[in-house]
Design a protein around this ligand. Sequence first.
Ligand code: FES
Length: 373
Amino acid sequence: MSERRKDEVTAEQLDEMDRADLVRLGTSLDDVELVSYEERWPVRGTQAERRAERRVLMWFLLSAVFGLAFVGVFLWWPWDYRAPGEAGYALRVLYTPLVGLTFGLTALCLMFGVISYAKKFLPHELAAQQRHSGSSSEVDRRTVAAEFADAGERSGLRRRTVLRRALGLGGGVFGMGIGVLAIAPLVRDPWKDTEGPDSLWHTAWRSSPGEKVWLRVDTGEPEEVVLLRPEDMHAGGLVTVFPFREEEREHAERLAAALRRADSAVLVFRLRPGTKVTTRPGQEEFNYGDFYAYSKVCTHLGCPVSLYQQRDNLLLCPCHQSQFSLVGNARPVFGPATRPLPQLPLDVDEDGYFVARGDFVEAVGPAFWELGT
Ligand code: FES
């Protein structure tokens, strides 16, 4: 409809119109022809209407039930790592699927409820509209507002108290689930524990005064202890190692656990003799001759940096192709990673075995862990 026709409608005329008139005016001004606009349930309170109402109600209530289940699983289901075969393994394996399943079903049931309500209770409208351009006029704004108000009224949501409350319950629990995700770190602060074995402030390479932490090679046998010595590696060689403490030797469970901790894996390189390396300030003494040790956890998103291009002294992360230069002290030279791989200070003990001279001095893994430092 042209602006001229809209201008023909005065403010006084608008004031005199009721909502139905405004709806009709709005559709005609928008060049919309309402072919049909029928109430779904012209006769109220029939068996069929109540059946439809129960069906919608069922979806909203199911959404609320799954939403509560999601919150329960997220907060209370055991989630810590257990190896296959250990007690409680089957239960912990279910954690992630259950979180996804309950959250997905909450959203799905809520959507089904809304769709079902729209299909069963909103007026059946068949309209044809011409396209037009330009900004909205006063007439447009008022008529559109009237159309929304009319749709809300005709939807019957106002008088269907039970359905409205069920929708509120489903939507509320769904929102609560999202809220729980947002505030969970405030309740269980991952930064709070600074000393415990699972604290984010240090890795398993940290040693107490006088304690030796050796570099142990993973042979595939969790109970086998093979310690690394310099002569075990050829020039250009690479070995993945994990921390080992003498008191773990007789404890199969602790030996296996030492290989599992996510931030423990370290790559030890023996560069070719004479390879010129740029060291990082404060870490000039972290290497042992031609031997350098870096965290294996990619500083982009935490994948194991496991591809070694020996000829170019490059380490490649297979996930998003970050490349780290071994002669540039493991700084990223390509890809999305922005931080170098943290370096582990190395030494060799009196028996000729590699030991760690201390923990990493930087955060291991994805950069976001550094936010609190
Ligand atoms: S996780 Fe290594 S590049 Fe993305």
